[in-house]
Design a protein around this ligand. Sequence first.
Ligand SMILES: O=P(O)(O)OC[C@H]1O[C@H](O[C@H]2O[C@H](CO)[C@@H](O)[C@H](O)[C@H]2O)[C@H](O)[C@@H](O)[C@@H]1O
Ligand SMILES: O=c1ccn([C@@H]2O[C@H](COP(=O)(O)OP(=O)(O)O)[C@@H](O)[C@H]2O)c(=O)[nH]1
Length: 472
Amino acid sequence: MSRLVILSNRVADLRKTSQSGGLAVGLADALRQRGGVWFGWDGETLQTQPREATVEQVGNVRMISAAMTVEDYMNYYVGYANSVLWPLFHYRLDLVDFHAPYFDAYQRVNANFAGLVAPYLQDDDLIWVHDYHFIPMANCLRRLGCRQRMGFFLHIPFPPPDLLAASPNHRYLVEALLDYDVLGFQTTADTINFRHYLEEWGVGEVLDERTIRYKGRTIAIDRYPIGIDVETFRDMARNAPDDVRIDSARREKLGRKQIIGVDRLDYSKGLPDRFQAFGKLLAQHPELEKQVTFLQVAPPTREDVNAYSDIRDELEGLTGSINGRFSDFNWTPLRYIHRPVPRETLAALFRASHVGLVTPLRDGMNLVAKEFVAAQDDEDPGVLVLSQFAGAAEDMTEALIVNPYDTDTMAEAIHQALMMPLDERKARHKALLDHILHQDTQRWLATFLNDLETAGGHTNPPPDSLIAADAA
Ligand SMILES: O=P(O)(O)OC[C@H]1O[C@H](O[C@H]2O[C@H](CO)[C@@H](O)[C@H](O)[C@H]2O)[C@H](O)[C@@H](O)[C@@H]1O
Ligand SMILES: O=c1ccn([C@@H]2O[C@H](COP(=O)(O)OP(=O)(O)O)[C@@H](O)[C@H]2O)c(=O)[nH]1
């Protein structure tokens, strides 16, 4: 079996079970199972770029990481990755903030990181690159002479061609993706958008749904929906810490139901619309007074990007106005936590909740949707309310599917979830649980790596075209 080398901007702390963000959670689960190497940014910024990476062995995983300069952090991470690619790929052209130095830094950081990891690569490694930060990584590694098989997985949505074309570098990005041997997306909709781009812009040739021909090479593309380690999460949920148990017992005594949401405080997660829907629920159903509380965990994220401080102000305003209007001395309907909460605690909180709200405006997958289902008690499960625009909705069709822009209907869906009879809750939960058990981390890892192992790779001609790749 070839050694697996994972490259991603964010690396997790494998000593902790708690990671912020689904990419770190998914990859930590995957690498703990198979072992290998994980390379990425260590989260530090320095005045000058370090010449070497730091290496550390954690169990069966070799962690290789490096800092970046303050300037690169601002132009590459805050800039191109999170002020251009993130909003663009989440269909938010209004938030795209493009500046030429961002794109230069994006290419420079990819080239620097390729140079830092290349000395650690072995000839028969399987190289698996993750997410929008590292799209040109294959190109950079090939320029250094790396001939290994390389796969890429996009954790976020791939937008329709017309939206992508709003970026000055759209052709560069797509051609850089075609430098890999296998391209993975979260959903069928994403793979269709990618193929449509190729057809509309005349890049390569779509041979069939899963095969592209580009400059004499073959590239496999498919959807590989990311999953979770269901049994581990179920065990965490059953072992509630004391404070969660005491809080649940108090609520039970008062006959109160809990609604829960857990999201990084990101504009893509649809939090203001969700809060408004909760306000409408309370206004339209006065009988719910003191019968229900909504707990929203929303840890800070990417705070150096302007769009993220705006959403924080908006949410704090909404929390104040909802609680100001409906609270009583012994009831606070909306509890909002702006800090990360350990995943073990979240698991227990999910199990203690009657409704899970996962209502992003656009999301690659959304692991919280899967975690909420995994955490439930099979005999008395809670109900998942899921946005039609989360990647998870493509398969989790037994959730209550909502349009997150339509706050009136969302309020009604929350009401339906709170009132749902036990038989229906059990039937929906069983179907959702079967689904997440089937599409778990292990399957995600195995299907992608199987395709990478059998891909064109070494049989493809050397990608000389890459050397000539220009920033169109
Ligand atoms: O690394 P950060 O900038 O702090 O952001 C955290 C991660 O957010 C995104 O997660 C995505 O991946 C999940 C797992 O595949 C998926 O469920 C979710 O829909 C995506 O939004 C981002 O893509 C990661 O690169 C970040 O590390
Ligand atoms: O305070 C928090 C908030 C989130 N998470 C975890 O972070 C991941 C979020 O992944 P998801 O795919 O839902 O969204 P992303 O943040 O990657 O866009 C999930 O595993 C959550 O359980 C966590 O451990 N603590």
